[in-house]
Design a protein around this ligand. Structure first.
Ligand code: ADP
Ligand code: ASP
Ligand code: MG
Length: 438
């Protein structure tokens, strides 16, 4: 069985939903993971932010606007009066849930319940539409099998066991629809896999059922060699290895949620990226094989903070780095890049939630400097075969760019540089002009 995921734009309008139906209904049994309709999760985040700020009136106005939008979708989506009624019932239920959080105090539990409504609505409407069109379709409630543990890590054992139970419980169908993004957490509350998480849902399900293939259908023809939102003349890559795709996704390529590749890699399930608007194009195939050598692509991750600890005590001392790392462990803050000199060490993090505590604790070892608004630019390829030429090529391409840190040799697949975010666009463009298209 295959698992196909359709993103926000792919289900973003009644016409697009109908186009998805044409794409998936080839008689082969499959699981279809859907995102919320495009723009919905952003609106729900906005509503939650007003509720956090106790601006209930503005929240209510936004909720009303979104509800009106969905009522129009229902009116355009269904032919029969009965299905229009059922569609409106779905909308009413979800919006009643959202509205229930506009009185009383507001917390993360409320926010997560609100954010879940986008996927809960899109999947219920889509399942109704499939059945209206005569396709034997069942909804698999993701909240019955998608689980994260206390550390917010996907509980793959739970998912594997429970999706099989859910599949057995629902009647046999040709098409199974489920929600991307949403899950339950260790306290059994509604939670999610972070923004863009529907890709991750698809790969977790694919791994759990040992799918033949995982397909990620989106609004672009595949993985490009640079970020098309910032750079001109990007080109689609036909094939990427799991390792290459994982590095690019982790370092900011928005086309894939950062954790998507791992479950597929572990089970060796190919991941195909396809364009819903241009389905005949071959897209990008991510598998255990890559094609060719050399530099494949670049990606950038924003909102990076660099921390430099300078201490004479580091000179000739052992155990210094251990103490530094212990601080990040204490504050459960992952480190992305690191570089050391004789008397200083620079580290980057992408979460500033505990920055004050980290700074205070590191201050015990030496002077601490913090640079925010930085971006990691990651250059990925099969660099092991390019040992002689890789680094010089990169540095020539980046001539004139103010590089703050460099990481080379950490893996066989990537070289990363840290630059101020204001210089990110020119860094990406320089790499496209001088390295990828040169
Ligand atoms: P979906 O809603 O289908 O999940 P996303 O917006 O999350 O779609 O991801 C697709 C978008 O990712 C593309 O429209 C493109 O702007 C952006 N993107 C960023 N980097 C890349 C890349 N390297 N290759 C392709 N698309 C990229
Ligand atoms: N709807 C969620 C988001 O916008 C998940 C996804 O689209 O993948 O982040
Ligand atoms: Mg996405």
């Amino acid at each position: 069985m295959k698992v196909l995921k359709f993103g926000g734009t792919s289900v973003g309008s009644p016409e697009n939903m109908r186009a998805v139906i044409d794409l998936i209904t080839d008689g082969e049994q499959k699981i279809i993971v859907l995102s919320a309709m495009s723009g919905t999760t952003n609106s729900l985040v906005e509503i939650s932010n007003y509720l956090y700020k106790k601006n209930k009136e503005t929240a209510r106005i936004f909720i009303g606007e979104l509800e009106t939008k969905y009522k129009k979708v229902v009116a355009q989506l269904f032919s029969s009066e009965e299905n229009k009624k059922s569609g409106l019932k779905v909308i009413r239920q979800s919006f009643n849930t959202i509205k229930s959080f506009t009185s009383g105090s507001f917390s993360k539990v409320g926010e997560n319940a609100i954010l879940a409504q986008g996927e809960l609505i899109s999947t219920q409407l889509f399942t109704l539409l499939m059945n209206e069109n005569g396709y034997k379709t069942k909804l698999l409630p993701a909240l019955d099998f998608m689980m994260i543990d206390e550390d917010k890590v996907a509980d793959t054992h739970y998912i594997r066991k429970n999706i099989k139970t859910v599949l057995k419980e629902v009647d046999n169908a040709d098409y199974y629809i489920t929600q991307g993004f949403i899950c339950r957490n260790a306290s059994n509350e509604i939670d999610n896999l972070q923004r863009g998480g529907s890709d991750y849902t698809a790969s977790l399900i694919g791994a759990a059922i040992e799918a033949d293939e995982i397909q990620i259908w989106t609004d672009i023809d595949g993985f490009h060699n640079n970020d098309p939102r910032f750079v001109e003349n990007t080109k689609k890559i036909d094939r990427l290895s799991f390792n290459e795709a994982a590095e690019l996704a982790y370092f900011g390529a928005k086309i894939l949620h950062p954790q998507t590749v791992l479950p597929a890699k572990v089970q060796n399930i190919p991941v195909r990226l396809k364009n819903t608007m241009n389905p005949t194009d071959g897209g990008t195939l991510i598998s255990s094989e890559s094609d060719g050598q050399g530099i494949k692509a670049v990606a950038a991750k924003d909102k990076i903070t660099a921390i430099k600890i300078r201490s004479a005590r580091m000179l000739n001392a052992y155990g210094f780095l251990k103490n530094v790392f212990a601080v990040f462990e204490k504050y459960q803050t992952p480190i992305d890049m690191i570089s050391t000199s004789e008397v200083a060490v620079s580290i980057t993090i992408d979460s500033v939630q505990n920055l004050a505590g980290i700074k205070e604790d590191l201050g015990k070892f030496g002077t601490v400097e913090v640079d925010s608004d930085m971006s990691i630019v990651c250059i990925v390829g099969d660099i092991i075969h390019e040992e002689r030429g890789f680094a010089p090529k990169v540095f020539r391409a980046l001539n004139g760019i103010p590089i703050r840190m460099i990481s080379y040799g950490g893996s066989k697949f990537n070289i990363s540089v840290l630059v101020p975010t204001v210089n990110k666009k020119e860094t990406l463009q320089a790499l496209s002009d001088n390295l990828l298209n040169g």
